[in-house]
Write a protein that binds this ligand. Structure first.
Ligand code: UGA
Length: 437
């Protein structure tokens, strides 16, 4: 099929590449000419495992190209809207400027029978409004809402082999001809049994926000348990292992630590609360305020624990922060818990050095005043305390003996509860976890 993908960020670039991988003829469209130039040279403008290799493979196929010209969407049968919906400055609500501009720009190039598939995470009610906007220009085109559930770091496999497809269709009509068009796009996964659920626009929009809210709640739940564990000397990791064996609960997303960040979970729960307020249903989501508060408290707790670890004052203490990305296998530093703790430590007088295998360029843009060091050993050099804040594999696998030889004082704060405390203590370290004795 001929496909356009509007917006080539973390979501769109991966989606465009994966659609081409499936055999479709794809054009990716973005307003950022630098991004388009990089993608056209088969280089991803961000770090995502295996994406560069996929782009290189597809460059040779001739099925994938990138442009800044929206006119390239003309003649495509399916158009995926993949632009960002960041948090509005100074407000909880989502900023829909990019979605509105993408749909308005696209509308003039649509033909009868075309399908526009919205993938961006939007407040409930947006699809209805966008469908009207499209109908004013091209009444023969149909808008579907087709939310995306990919995780950064696993974006390619999540796109090619998702758990499920969700189609939001006008009036929830399963027989709408646009359903068959989108089925054709996803034929490879559908024919191997991936479930596909058809529903109305509002439900489809809510599926995405509800899923992210649930995940955020699960993380904050276990972090709240970590607070209780700290007050009682209990171990939150063992607690999570034990409750997670009940398959109604499940062990996934029960890792207590410095909490969640990134471009999705934090802003999505806030936008959801803001939207519920507009709809007069704010009471239903007041618990999300608590979820947000528990999460933000973890960052403060890490700074407090680091101060305790350093003997009561951070002044002049050399602190090595391992990790800048909001999670491993990503260079994304949006709302990164690691960076926000590092900045706090620096404000409180610590001599901070941040290291990360992928995210330092982005970290430098967000926090230009934070000292960054690409080499792990150099970051650890003569440290008074080490803080593991993003659980990259190389940090999880650090050897306590070899690391001890580099630092000045062997103190470690395991902000993701991924190290074996007994092993580190046996090697002479003072070990602190979050919610662990
Ligand atoms: C999240 C969702 O998981 C995806 O399904 C969704 O498609 C995506 O948002 C989106 O809305 O686009 P992502 O932001 O890539 O994906 O990251 P997650 O893997 O969900 O992790 C979010 C944060 O939670 C990270 O900071 C991670 O370190 C933290 N986390 C995760 C924990 O603190 N504990 C856990 O047990 C799990």
């Amino acid at each position: 099929m001929r496909i356009s993908v509007i917006g080539c960020g973390y979501l769109g670039a991966v989606h465009a590449a994966c659609m081409a991988k499936l055999g479709h003829d794809v054009v990716g469209i973005d307003v950022d000419s630098q991004k388009v130039a990089q993608l056209s040279g088969a280089r991803a403008p961000f770090y995502e495992p295996e994406l560069d290799a996929l782009l290189t493979e597809l460059e040779a196929s001739g099925r994938l190209r990138f442009t800044t010209d929206m006119a390239a969407a003309a003649g495509c049968e399916v158009h995926f809207v993949c632009v960002g919906t960041p948090q509005k400055r100074g407000e909880n609500a989502a900023d829909l400027r990019f979605v509105d501009a993408a749909v308005a720009g696209l509308a003039g190039y649509l033909s009868p029978g075309d399908v526009v598939a919205g993938k961006s995470t939007v407040p409930v009610g947006t699809a209805e409004r966008l469908a009207e906007l499209i109908a004013e220009t091209q009444p023969g085109a149909t808008l579907l809402w087709n939310p995306e559930f990919l995780r950064e770091g696993h974006a390619i496999s999540d796109t090619l082999r998702p758990d499920r497809f969700v189609y939001g269709v006008p009036d929830g009509n399963e027989d709408h001809p646009a359903v068959a068009v989108l089925d054709q796009v996803y034929d490879a996964a559908l024919s191997t049994g991936t479930p596909r659920l058809v529903m109305g626009y509002a439900t489809a929009e809510l599926v995405k926000t509800a899923a992210n809210s649930f995940l955020a709640t699960k993380i904050s739940f276990i972090n709240a348990m970590a607070e209780v564990c700290e007050a009682t000397g209990a171990d939150v990791s063992r607690l999570a292992d034990a409750i997670g064996m009940d398959d109604r609960i499940g062990r996934k997303f029960l890792n207590a630590g410095i909490g969640f960040g990134g471009g999705c979970l934090p802003k999505d729960i806030r936008a959801f609360m803001a939207r519920a307020g507009e709809l007069g249903a704010d009471q239903a989501l007041t618990f999300l305020r608590e979820v947000d508060a528990i999460n933000m408290r973890r960052r403060t707790r890490v700074v407090e624990l680091a101060r305790e670890l350093c003997g009561g004052s951070l002044l002049g203490q050399r602190v090595a922060v391992l990790g800048a990305a909001f999670k491993p296998e990503s260079d994304d530093v949006r709302d990164s818990p690691a960076l926000s703790a590092a900045a706090q430590l620096q404000l409180q007088g610590a001599v901070v050095t941040v290291t990360d295998p992928q995210a330092l360029d982005n970290a430098a843009k967000r926090f230009p005043e934070l000292p960054l060091e690409p080499e792990l050993d150099a970051a650890l050099d003569r440290a008074d305390a080490v803080l593991l804040l993003t659980e990259w594999k190389q940090y999880r696998e650090l050897d306590p003996h070899a690391t001890r030889a580099l630092v000045r004082v062997p103190r470690i704060l395991d902000g993701r509860n991924v190290l074996d405390p007994a092993k580190w203590r046996a090697a002479g370290w003072t070990y602190r976890g979050l919610g662990r004795p």
